[in-house]
Design a protein around this ligand. Structure first.
Ligand SMILES: *Cc1c(COP(=O)(O)O)cnc(C)c1O
Length: 405
């Protein structure tokens, strides 16, 4: 059942390149994944053979494009386990998806209503809710985290009340890799009548979600973190909720009838898809999901867990190295610092050795504040990475530490 890593690596042309004269070791997968040739080919094929605007034209190219785009929507629907294709809104990405929901709730909230987020959120799942609170007078409450990087569920239960209208939590933390207990979070929120949005941007590269089984109200993700292109993503919403929310943007493609007196809106999903969409991106997103499903999410998760265990053990042998985020359930993300060395300095030196890791606050400043650090070095693995690459990173970090201390 293991993965054929050599075969998989051959699917990703970028893995053949060198950086600073060394073979590229790409460990910044939590920021964006690399793309397999089939996805690149789908993009070239679209622009080479059937580029046209969709949904409006009767001509052949427009129909071919429309068919391919709507087929991609069905693939996304199947992947996420949505009941209906029109519950899948194609967006520009996670950030865009969250903003559609946060803006849509403006007229559905009253002063004094409460919104719960978690201490582990990405800025894109904090700021839109703060803006929503400013518009409505709703109050933002935060589920705290503990030292190992897990959310404190007892406090979450205490925060819930009939005043709670919305709960927003990420499925997996991008900064620490913690897998949050979203089943529990959703169940408890629904008991008080609150709607739940799960930010799946960081979970979807490793876990295949089932939105119906979860019973979640909204689930959002970005194609670019799961082998697809940038600038496209998904907003899954239960039909009932998407019906209640007003359109986010006005424009072409989202209307039923327009007069200067009154415009009526198109039905789902078009109500939320104003303007010419990222046609090529949507099609390539579908191809990326096919590719990952072919590799298999169970095999991906098992292999990445192996990489995570190996890298954790190897890194811990470096004197003074501390790993942030050691929740029992986590994805293949390791955030660390060595002594008081600034993460940026380590990142710069290992880049000279061809190794791409991320340094900084990872768009999650509240987590850095919790640990009282400026940031971390973050190595995040994908199913095309290898133990040999981890060895190269560990050697490079050791070298950096020697130079910097
Ligand atoms: C990457 C990420 C986002 C933002 O995704 P974009 O594609 O930049 O919109 C939001 N939340 C989490 C947890 C992420 O990892």
């Amino acid at each position: 059942m293991g993965l054929d890593i050599d075969k998989i690596r051959a699917d990703f042309p970028i893995l053949k390149r060198e950086v600073n004269g060394k073979p590229l070791v790409y460990f910044d997968n939590a920021a964006t994944s690399q793309k397999p040739q089939v996805v690149i080919d789908a993009i070239v094929d679209y622009y080479s053979n059937y580029n046209a605007n969709i949904h409006r034209g009767v001509h052949t190219l427009s129909q071919e494009g429309t068919d391919a785009y709507e087929q991609a929507r069905k693939k996304i629907q199947a992947h996420f386990g949505a009941e209906k294709a029109h519950e899948i809104i194609l967006t520009a990405g996670t950030t865009h998806s969250i903003n559609i929901v946060a803006t849509g709730f403006t007229d559905l909230l009253e002063k004094g209503d409460e919104i719960i987020v978690s201490a582990l959120e990405h800025h894109s799942n904090i700021v839109p809710w703060q803006m929503l609170c400013e518009r409505t007078g709703a109050i933002l409450k935060v589920i705290p985290m503990n030292e190992e990087g897990s959310l404190v569920m007892d406090v979450y239960e205490e925060l819930l009340s009939p005043k709670t209208k919305l709960v927003f939590v990420n499925h997996v933390s991008n900064a620490l890799g913690t897998v949050n207990p979203i089943e529990f979070i959703i169940e408890k929120a629904h008991k008080v009548g609150a709607a739940v949005l799960i930010d799946g941007a960081q979970a979807t590269p490793h876990i295949k979600p089932d939105v119906q089984k979860l019973g979640v109200d909204f689930y959002v993700a970005s194609a670019h973190k799961l082998c697809g292109p940038t600038g496209v993503g998904v907003l899954y919403g239960k039909e009932e909720w998407l019906g209640k929310l007003p359109p986010y943007q006005g424009g072409g493609d989202m209307i039923d009838q327009v007069t200067f007196e009154k415009t009526t809106y198109a039905g789902l999903p078009h109500k939320f898809e104003a303007g010419t969409p990222n046609i090529c991106g949507g099609i390539a997103f579908g191809v990326a999901l096919d590719y990952m499903n072919n590799v298999g999410f169970d095999a991906i998760a098992a292999y990445e867990e192996e990489l995570l265990q190996y890298a954790t053990a190897e890194l811990k042998q470096i004197k003074g190295l501390r790993i942030y985020g050691e929740a029992k359930e986590k994805t293949a993300v390791i955030s660390f610092n060595v002594g008081t060395i600034h993460p940026y300095d380590i990142g710069t030196i290992v880049d000279k050795l061809g190794i791409a890791v991320r340094t900084g606050h990872h768009c999650a400043q509240p987590i850095m504040t919790f640990y009282n650090i400026p940031g971390t070095v973050r190595a995040s693995f994908a199913f095309y990475n290898t133990k040999e690459e981890i060895d190269a990173m560990v050697a490079a970090v050791k070298k950096a530490v020697m130079m910097l201390s």
